[in-house]
Design a protein around this ligand. Structure first.
Ligand SMILES: C[S@@+](CC[C@H](N)C(=O)[O-])C[C@H]1O[C@@H](n2cnc3c(N)ncnc32)[C@H](O)[C@@H]1O
Length: 539
């Protein structure tokens, strides 16, 4: 945007804030508007006579919702650009973020409420009007914005972006929404529904996801009663995790600026969200933003016990990251490989994502890595037994990373999980074939869904009886700074033999719900395994 335009926009924003464009916008320290008149007071002016210009924070949130619903955009990529375009920072940026992310996260519940306030199917309402209504509901029921401000500002927003036509409709619908509190709406919506549907409405998750997460908790050795904690954790803004690439970066400047040393992974820290590009380590790529769960997956593969091989302590080893884009784990693996005299092949078939891998690896000297752009399903055949350690962090539904992608839960469908299953199995099979006798494969997903985790591992193990499933929780614990109980609940239940796969959880570990299985190829060349299946191997 030209400077002139930007200045004009700023003047306009300032003007808005001083005069009030159909409702004065004054925010408290949390970015919420100050309640200057009772909670449920409405403007006495008819919608058509109220302000025509909207609050820029709401405009940024609205544009984000429109980009997500009209263009399938990712909110976490769109919103920062909109904040910049509207010159928003501080409390206004915080308000816009809470409004956009919150409305997207809660979409299913807000739509259910809106459906009760409209006498035709919500789908029949024009999409731009629907998005404006969603923002209105979020302000009314989840942000404690005074009702008159939520209504006036939503009407002003619609007038500016859509036109005057739907003002009366939006005003009438939001007045009906404002007649009840969130609790009263939830009681009405959940009355007579089953427990799963009710949990989905109360915690803003599709029913099929609630069912899948409950099943995943139990399958991974935890208590189904943890479900609501897990659903609530999905709705909390994630803490930002930093990683200093071992041997290359340090966290001193971040710690001096208030970051706290990470409790789970070596060389990590947590920091409040904000502009991290001010740190030189972030600028030069030696400090990276990476969820601690992802850090631990890479560290566990590097620490896993391989059998045989030539190098000492990893020296001379060949490592493969089969699905590397955008390069988060590849960067950590490359830094670890550099320290140990190993070399990582970071493979990513999508060329724009391979470019991201190249950027992620730029801070690591090139002798520790190379990049290829192949379909990893072919690598097992092309480079049979070519690697000591192989990571396949497979494409998955992302059910474990909902905290970061507010719209993702409403986009995913059970069909995605079914569709990905055969690709995930093929990638794991190819990874095993690419691994030398005694070498280790790490199969990882950012989803705890049973169909993408244990079912894939069980199927492939059944077809390769010589392959050993290592005690993954034990390896992960050894790679972490504290015991993780990633094979199940802490305490006495852990004394019983737990799962040999590991599952991290947002509500327990404060990480994404990463799944990890470490599989070791038989050490005896010619023994049973991916290269030499036994006669009992399933077809
Ligand atoms: C979950 S992401 C990997 C994340 C990455 N390991 C990281 O930590 O940044 C999965 C990646 O697999 C890639 N992919 C999809 N199909 C593939 C295939 N057939 N072979 C290899 N990679 C594939 C996707 O493009 C995507 O970049």
């Amino acid at each position: 945007m030209a400077d002139q335009d930007r200045n004009r926009r700023r003047d306009h924003d300032h003007d808005q804030r001083c005069r009030g464009g159909g409702g004065e916008v004054r925010r408290n320290a949390q970015g919420r508007e100050r309640n200057r008149g009772g909670e449920r007071r409405f403007s006495s002016a008819a919608p058509a006579r109220r302000g025509r210009t909207s609050d820029p924070a709401r405009l940024a949130a609205y544009e984000t919702l429109r980009a997500v619903s009209a263009d399938d955009a990712y909110a976490n990529l769109v919103l920062p650009a909109r904040l910049r375009r509207h010159g928003l920072s501080g409390r206004d940026a915080g308000f816009a973020t809470e409004l956009a992310y919150g409305a997207l996260r809660s979409l299913g519940t807000w739509d259910a409420i809106l459906s009760r306030c409209i006498d035709r199917p919500l789908d029949a309402v024009d999409a731009p009007v629907r998005d404006a209504l969603r923002l209105g509901v979020h302000q009314l029921l989840a942000m404690r914005v005074p009702a008159h401000a939520a209504l006036d500002q939503t009407v002003a927003l619609a007038r500016e972006t859509i036109g005057a036509g739907p003002s009366g409709f939006i005003n009438a619908v939001l007045r009906r929404v404002a007649e009840r509190s969130l609790d009263a709406w939830l009681d009405e919506l959940t009355s007579g529904t089953d427990e799963t549907t009710a949990a989905g409405l109360r915690y803003h998750h599709p029913t099929w996801v609630v069912r899948a997460l409950r099943q995943a908790l139990v399958a991974h050795g935890r208590d189904a009663a943890e479900l609501t904690d897990l659903l609530a954790a999905d709705n909390a803004a994630p803490v930002v995790h930093l990683l200093a690439l071992p041997g290359l970066g340090d966290l001193d400047e971040m710690l001096a600026a208030g970051a706290r040393p990470g409790e789970l992974a070596a060389g990590s820290a947590t920091i409040a969200a904000g502009d991290l590009s001010r740190f030189t380590g972030v600028q030069d790529g030696t400090v990276r933003i990476q969820d601690a769960g992802s850090q631990l997956v890479a560290r566990a593969l590097a620490a896993a016990p391989v059998a045989g091989g030539e190098g000492q302590d990893g020296g001379g080893e060949r490592w493969l990251d089969g699905c590397a884009g955008p390069g988060g784990k590849a960067a950590l693996l490359a830094a670890l490989a550099l320290e140990r005299g190993a070399v990582v092949t970071a493979n990513e078939p999508a060329s724009h994502r391979a470019d991201l891998v190249r950027r992620a690896l730029a801070a690591v000297p090139e002798r520790a890595w190379r990049i290829t752009e192949r379909d990893a399903r072919d690598i097992g055949g092309e480079e049979t037994a070519g690697y000591d350690r192989v990571l396949v962090d497979v494409p998955c539904s992302g059910l474990g990373a909902f905290r970061r992608r507010p719209e993702a839960r409403w986009r995913r469908t059970p069909a995605d999980v079914a569709r990905l299953g055969s690709l995930q199995r093929d990638l794991l099979r190819s990874a095993l074939a690419a691994t030398r006798p005694g070498g280790v494969v790490a199969y990882a997903t950012c989803s705890p869904h049973v169909a993408e985790t244990t079912a894939v591992v069980d199927d492939v193990l059944r077809a390769n009886p010589g392959v050993e499933l290592l005690d993954t929780p034990a390896v992960l614990d050894a790679a972490a700074l504290v015991p993780l109980h990633a094979g199940g609940a802490a305490g006495s239940e852990r004394d019983a033999p737990g799962p040999r796969t590991a599952q991290l959880w947002p509500h327990v570990h404060g990480t994404d719900a990463m799944f990890l299985a470490l599989l070791r190829v038989p050490a005896t060349p010619g023994g049973p395994g991916p290269e030499n299946p036994t006669p009992t191997e399933a077809p």
